[in-house]
Ligand binder design. Structure first.
Ligand code: G4P
Length: 525
């Protein structure tokens, strides 16, 4: 197969949702269609159940299996599909943000009863930063939920994106009868079933009397009225707008009952983008270029403390990656060769000889890689766009075992390179502050420092509201600001200036008083 054809048939995406909307269930059903698994229930999600606030062994166990489920590749209708898994627990949201830098599109799962929830909103913001094409699956139609038209309004206003239904439910909850597939113009009647796939009924014209026979006169009339309304209110599906991340097609179904999932997948492979160009500092890289380029978006540490190797997950941005070929690690300026790169097919990790733009390869690593590192066939390129977001929680990290200072330092730096959390060094007192998205990450750090580095840390409270990256074209004003706020100025791990605002009010005052300073809430600006 030609390079062009191989790349063109790849669909690399992530499924994102607020916890409990049905991401894991939908992932599993998609794998069933791809033949990657044969029975439902085979996917052991790597999500950390919300009840397990700090059940350590459970988390470790789940992290252990999550390597295999990090990327799930399978073949479907001549397409090569790569689903990138994201952690279910919101304390690991930063991991999800980074994974989103490696996908070409996204499917958002929304619970019909709950509508748009906080995590959905946040993840959508990340998608918007890179204009990632988004498709929405409204799940749990077998339960009572919001009126579909109200839900579309909510999606539009809360997610700030135009929507276009491509399938439409006939009732929901107890009276749920099925969905009409607007995209393919066929009808699927609902029969609750967790294992098998219902057949669709071709229905070119919904004015056909056959519809009345199939769903009853009243519901047939309602569907016709709804269709009329949809065609009147919503513009037709527009591929360019979808590609630009401006329009989200919406599907309805029930992942648990395997209903509406095939419709979603069939439409997805047809309209979702194949690998897209990726920006580097030097130039935009086209996926169809012959030479290999890629970047590290995730590092997975080995759980075995005696064997501290990691797997660096590389998204291939262009060309073909080959086993045992020398590639340049741009940050270190050295050539590296990989004898056992792994790909992820049907939930198995296996050594591969080649992989193409759009694919993810796992490279066994003993500390060469950091998140964001670029690998190329030789060209000096630096891929951009693995942003850090202002953390939500902050604590001072202190050494609890003075004999192990070196180990602690090493551990902190390695964990930060792996992207577990963010480190800020307060320039006033030189104390180290760790910023996270949730409490669980502090526990992960403490546990891993002890078990992997033999170092002990202690947390001390620090009351902060946000960390903002600051910059200005006016060096005098920047200097003045740094002097005035000396106690609250820190450096991030790349040595960039960060203002640690202790309240929203203080931040607002600073923004008012120092008009020539730009305050950023992500590290990418
Ligand atoms: P998540 O990964 O987004 O967190 O959600 P997950 O798939 O784990 O689904 C959350 C709960 O919602 C699960 O129930 C799951 O069975 C249920 N669910 C998913 N899709 C549907 C659907 O279409 N209809 C209905 N009625 N329920 C659905 P649970 O009780 O939390 O877990 P489990 O014991 O069933 O695994």
């Amino acid at each position: 197969m030609s390079l062009y054809f191989e790349i063109q048939r790849r669909r690399t995406f992530a499924i994102i949702s607020h916890p409990d909307a049905g991401k894991t269930t939908l992932t599993e059903k998609l794998l069933l269609f791809g033949g990657a698994i044969h029975v439902a229930g085979a996917v052991k999600s790597n999500k950390i159940k919300k009840t397990a606030t700090s059940d350590w062994m459970e988390i470790e166990k789940q992290r252990g299996i999550s390597v295999a489920t990090s990327v799930m590749g399978f073949e479907y209708r001549n397409f090569k599909i790569n689903i990138l898994d994201t952690p279910g627990h919101q304390d690991f949201a930063e991991d999800t943000y980074r994974t989103l830098t490696a996908v070409d599109s996204v499917i958002i799962v929304v619970d019909t009863a709950k509508g748009v929830e906080s995590q959905t909103r946040k993840l959508m913001e990340v998608c918007r930063m890179r204009n990632t094409p988004v498709m929405i699956f409204v799940n749990k139609m077998d339960r009572e939920g919001k009126d579909p038209f109200d839900l579309l309004d909510e999606l539009e206003s809360e997610l700030n994106i135009a929507v276009r239904p491509l399938s439409w439910p006939i009732n929901q909850g107890y009276t749920f009868k099925g969905v009409y597939n607007i995209y393919k113009q066929n009808l699927q009647l609902y029969t609750p079933n967790k294992q098998t796939i219902s057949e669709s009924i071709e229905l070119i014209d919904i004015h056909d009397q056959e519809l009345d026979v199939l769903v009853g006169e009243r519901d047939a009339k309602k569907l016709r009225d709804d269709m009329e309304l949809i065609h009147g209110v919503y513009d037709d599906f527009n591929q360019e707008k979808y590609n630009a991340g401006e329009l989200a097609p919406v599907f309805f179904g029930s992942a648990l009952n395997n209903f509406g999932v095939k419709e979603l997948l069939d439409c997805f492979v047809e309209i979702a983008p194949s690998p897209r160009s990726v920006k580097s500092q030097e130039r935009e890289v086209n996926p169809y270029e012959e030479t290999f380029t890629g970047f590290v978006f995730k590092i997975h540490a080995n759980m075995d403390p005696n064997h501290r190797s990691c797997i660096a997950f590389v998204k291939i941005c262009s060309g073909k990656f080959e086993r045992n070929v020398n590639y340049k690690h741009i940050r270190q300026g050295k050539m590296l060769r990989f004898s056992s790169p792994t790909a992820f097919m049907a939930q198995k990790k296996e050594t591969v000889d080649e992989a193409f733009a759009g694919d993810i390869v796992g490279l066994p690593d003993t500390g060469n890689f950091k998140i964001g590192d670029t690998l190329t066939s030789g060209e000096e390129l630096h891929f951009k766009g693995i942003p850090s977001f202002s953390p939500e929680m902050f604590k001072y990290i202190e050494n609890a075992d003075p004999m192990k200072t070196k180990q602690l330092d090493k551990g902190i730096h390695q964990l930060m390179d792996e992207g577990v959390a963010q480190l800020f060094i307060n320039q006033y007192n030189n104390r180290k502050i760790i910023g996270t998205v949730g409490q669980l990450q502090f526990e992960v750090i403490q546990y891993r420092l002890l078990h992997e580095y033999g170092a002990q840390c202690r947390w001390e409270p620090v009351s902060l509201f946000k960390a903002c990256w600051i910059e200005s074209d006016d060096p005098i004003e920047l200097d003045n600001f740094k002097k005035r706020k000396a106690q609250y100025i820190a450096l991030d791990k790349h040595g960039r200036d960060v203002f640690l605002a202790d309240s929203g009010y203080v931040l607002q005052m600073a923004q008012n008083d120092f008009k020539n300073i730009r305050f950023h809430f992500t590290s990418e600006f």
